[in-house]
Design a protein around this ligand. Structure first.
Ligand SMILES: *Cc1c(COP(=O)(O)O)cnc(C)c1O
Length: 441
């Protein structure tokens, strides 16, 4: 088998996500790479070329491709139970995973509801919040609030709280309206302002909005510390602290969507820990299964759970997916949590992210680079360029240099698996700088 056989067959039969398929046609703007195998941070195609997975395969992979420990756990699980209906049945992996995730929140989020992808976790959190208020006699609370530039998934319900034009505009007539409030994005700092000042300014706008509209608002949903999909917008934890206070004051739930920033990405296991707060609902997906299997969940407090616990069926939370709590996916998540504990990953990632920061130093005074920023295992910078196709040009130049990076517009970012070696980290950034200079030429 060769790359070209597979490319032809893929183009004839597969509809790829988030893609104008015509760009993949022969001679089109974007080449597609058929991947034969993966090992650690490296992906290999069918023609013997390799690519360093600098974006963890859309932010999901934490401990490398074909990780021996996750593979072994899955092999064992395959011999016991692959899947069983979670309505009316339960099983060890789902129980253990729920207990361990709750423990990671200090026991404060004591119940865990399962789905298979991130957008479904968003929808579950929204529905649960609304239903909680309804069960408590506040059916008027049926609106949601999100930040400008937020991304919470692309199903019709989740798009309501997603504020990224490219994903939303075409489907506008289908989408329920939600309100947006200013983002605390630190890049918005005006002369002399710090990131904390920007956070306080955004929180003041939130306070004003809640003061006027809280009676109809069920929940505020945020991506803690980093708005990833709209271009790695980073902000100060002060915003989360203030948002928590305001949500309590105005009786509005706080949903933390940690689908991208959870599982150690931001430097702590959960990003919200850096603000010393807890949300009412916590959405997880992406890295939780180590990047192996589709799995998502919403954790919430025992007191939220209690408002659904009743003799009436319709006061229960009526939501289900066929693969809810899939045993293999839960086992992959347990193996992932084992690696966090056994290898003290949060601590060792501090050294790794400091190394990544050192590798990035040459970019700080690159004439075309602005807003070089990093939090934990995510780093990004914005590129000054009028080229409307900058991201495609960079992508191609990067692939030609054995690295897989997909800029978001003019924002180039790094989100490598945590198993990247110091040498590969140097390789990744050095090649990215070379790709940048080539793309700008
Ligand atoms: C990726 C992402 C989602 C959606 O997850 P899917 O599995 O792609 O549906 C939701 N929220 C955030 C913050 C994400 O990064």
């Amino acid at each position: 088998m060769s790359n070209s056989d597979l490319l032809q067959r893929s183009l004839a039969a597969v509809w790829h996500p988030c893609t104008q398929m015509k760009q993949h046609a022969a001679g089109g703007a974007l080449p597609m790479i058929p991947i034969a195998s993966g090992k650690g941070v490296w992906l290999h195609d069918f023609d013997g070329r390799r690519y360093l997975d600098g974006i963890s395969s859309w932010w999901v992979n934490l401990f490398g491709h074909c990780n021996p420990r996750i593979n072994a756990a899955l092999r064992e699980q395959l011999e016991q139970l692959e899947h069983v209906i979670l309505a009316g049945c339960t099983h060890r992996p789902v129980i253990e995973l729920s207990e361990r995730l709750s423990a990671l929140t200090g026991g404060e989020l004591g119940h865990c509801f399962y789905a298979s992808d991130g957008a479904s976790a968003t929808e579950i959190a929204l529905k649960m919040s609304f239903h909680w208020w309804r069960n408590r006699g506040h059916a008027n609370k049926h609106e949601f609030l999100c930040l400008r530039g937020s991304y919470h998934g692309e199903t019709v319900g989740a798009l309501a709280v997603t504020d990224v034009a490219i994903f939303k505009d075409a489907y506008a007539p289908l989408i329920r309206p939600a309100s947006t409030v200013p983002t605390p994005d630190a890049r918005l700092a005006e002369d002399g302002e710090t990131a904390v000042d920007v956070a306080r300014r955004a929180a003041a706008a939130l306070a004003k909005h809640l003061d006027e509209h809280h009676q109809r608002i069920a929940a505020l949903i945020v991506e803690p510390l980093i708005q990833c999909a709209s271009g790695m917008a980073m902000y100060d934890p002060e915003y989360l602290r203030l948002a928590r206070v305001l949500c309590d004051r105005y009786q509005v739930h706080l949903i933390c969507d940690e689908i991208a920033v959870g599982c150690g990405r931001s430097g702590t296991f959960f990003a919200h820990e850096q603000a010393g707060i807890r949300p009412d609902f916590l959405c997880l997906s992406k890295g939780i299964s180590g990047g192996y299997l589709p799995l998502s969940m919403v954790l919430t407090t025992d007191s939220v759970y209690a408002a659904f616990y009743d003799d009436s069926v319709s006061r229960g939370f009526l939501h289900s997916h066929s693969y809810t709590g899939n045993a293999l996916a839960c086992r992959a998540a347990l193996a992932t949590l084992d690696i966090f504990a056994e290898d003290r990953v949060i601590e060792s990632n501090r050294l790794l992210s400091a190394h990544l920061a050192r590798c990035l130093e040459p970019l700080a005074d690159h004439p075309r680079v602005r807003h070089l920023r990093q939090r934990g295992m995510i780093a990004a910078f914005d590129v000054l360029s009028d080229d409307a196709q900058f991201s495609e040009h960079f992508y191609r130049q990067a692939l030609a240099r054995e690295i897989l990076l997909r800029p978001i517009g003019n924002t180039v970012y790094f989100m490598p698996p945590y198993v990247i070696s110091h040498e590969d980290c140097e390789f990744l950034v050095a090649r990215a700088i070379a790709a940048l200079d080539a793309a700008l030429r």
